[in-house]
Design a protein around this ligand. Structure first.
Ligand code: PLP
Length: 413
């Protein structure tokens, strides 16, 4: 869209880090006040966490939901529910949040990285299949930026081998694949209520499952494995206090009522952005997994370094001059290049559980991850928010166009 930047009004872009880009309001204040007045702030005794769990389960169509303290805690509980033996392998993706990876190590399992789809950054069934060994105990998939993984092929591989899948839905509230809610395909689904997610309680998380035994184990794990409600309760196995508080749950109940609107607004804005970006040299709009609904936690474009010299970092630098803060390369480097994994920094100097790994499980040679590197070399992540207006979109699209044109012509716009 070729609008000269000088003709655009300087605008404030809503941010999910403060009130400008959050939907926190009177509804949250009313429920938090109610929680405070009643004086019960622990979820073990209060009503808000229970209400959050019931309402969330019915919203996405799953039997059980348990609220917890973070998305990382949700992933940890899901892994603990599956209960791997030390040294068991868990196949995951090289492009995700560390909160989805550290819990694997805390449970004594080995993260085995699969490659991704170079169009979406989502882990692929084909790469997962290549990484399966007799020691594979679980598969964790991340629905990156709110765009569902190809669940049909992933579940086919998992089911063929009888391996449970954990869905990391931290970025994918209410997204669907073939009309079914993300988080309900695998054995367990995990969500985050952290500050920057679709809805927030500052920190917080949710675990969902249809299987009662798995849901129960996840619930016990976040409650120090104390058998609440049992005739002869005990601390049945190793577990932590990963509870949400009633204050957070009260906020979450109010936020949940706004979730559908947030998701729909973000998707509608993204569709308009696609149109505005048409014809921008070297920039392609987010690829959507077929038969799915992308819920746009972020709006990620691919930048062709052959057209735009310097690729995403160069474009990001230009955009920053116009107050648009983007994330070139998203997480910068694949997870296996982070110190914790690369240098096996775990417990003391033990390197455990990596000491139990086979050489293949920790083979991070670049040739095993061609699409991971290709994707990171191209992706530029734009912050996305339901409060964007047509002016915001125009400003973003025009700035991106001008910057891309300037860089692609190797000089002045
Ligand atoms: C945010 C996030 C997490 C971790 O959630 P926290 O609530 O920050 O612990 C895990 N996985 C993905 C994909 C995320 O985006």
């Amino acid at each position: 869209m070729n609008i000269p930047l000088t003709q655009l009004p300087q605008i404030q872009i809503p941010s999910d880090q403060d009130a400008t880009g959050r939907t926190l309001g009177d509804e949250e204040i009313a429920l938090v006040t109610e929680a405070l007045r009643c004086g019960t702030l622990t979820a073990t005794k209060g009503k808000f966490a229970k209400r959050l769990e019931t309402e969330f389960a019915s919203l996405i169509g799953v039997k059980h939901a348990h609220a917890c303290s973070s998305g990382s805690a949700a992933i940890h509980a899901a892994i603990a529910a599956i209960d791997p033996e030390p040294g068991d392998e868990i196949i995951t993706t090289s492009i995700t949040d560390m909160g989805a990876l550290s819990p694997i190590l805390y449970q004594g399992a080995i993260p085995v990285f699969a490659d991704v789809d170079a169009r979406t950054g989502n882990v692929t069934a084909r790469s997962i299949a290549e990484r399966i060994t007799p020691r594979t105990k679980a598969i964790i998939v991340t629905h990156l930026f709110g765009n569902p993984c190809h669940m049909k092929s992933i579940m086919a591989v998992a089911d063929k081998h009888g391996i449970p899948v954990i869905e990391d839905c931290a970025q994918a509230f209410l997204s669907t694949y073939r009309g079914q809610s993300i988080g309900t395909f695998g054995a367990l689904g995990c969500f985050s209520l952290q500050q920057g997610k679709h809805i927030t309680t500052g920190e917080g998380g949710l675990i969902v499952a249809n299987d009662s035994a798995l849901a129960r184990r996840a619930y016990l794990f976040i409650n120090k494995s104390w058998g609440y409600g049992d005739a002869n309760p005990d601390h049945y196995f190793i577990g932590l206090n990963y509870r949400i508080s009633e204050l957070q749950a009260a906020v979450a109940v109010a936020q949940l009522a706004k979730l559908r609107g947030i998701v729909e607004a973000r998707a509608a804005l993204a569709a308009r952005m696609d149109v505005l970006l048409e014809g921008t040299p070297g920039v392609s709009v987010p690829f959507r997994t077929p038969e799915s609904e992308h819920v746009f936690w972020k709006y990620s474009v691919l930048v062709d370094p052959a057209v735009i010299p310097g690729g995403p970092p160069a474009l990001a630098k230009e955009l920053k001059l116009n107050n648009i803060l983007t994330a070139p390369r998203y997480i910068q480097k694949p997870a296996f290049r982070c110190a914790v994994i690369r240098d096996q920094r775990t417990f003391g100097n033990s390197r455990w559980p990596f000491t139990l790994a086979t050489p293949e499980a920790v083979d991070y040679s670049a040739e095993r991850f061609p699409s991971t590197f290709e994707y990171l070399d191209r992706v530029l992540v734009l912050p996305w928010n339901e409060k964007y207006t047509q002016d915001t979109l125009n400003y973003l699209a025009a700035t991106i166009y001008q910057a891309a044109l300037k860089l692609s012509e190797g000089g002045v716009a």
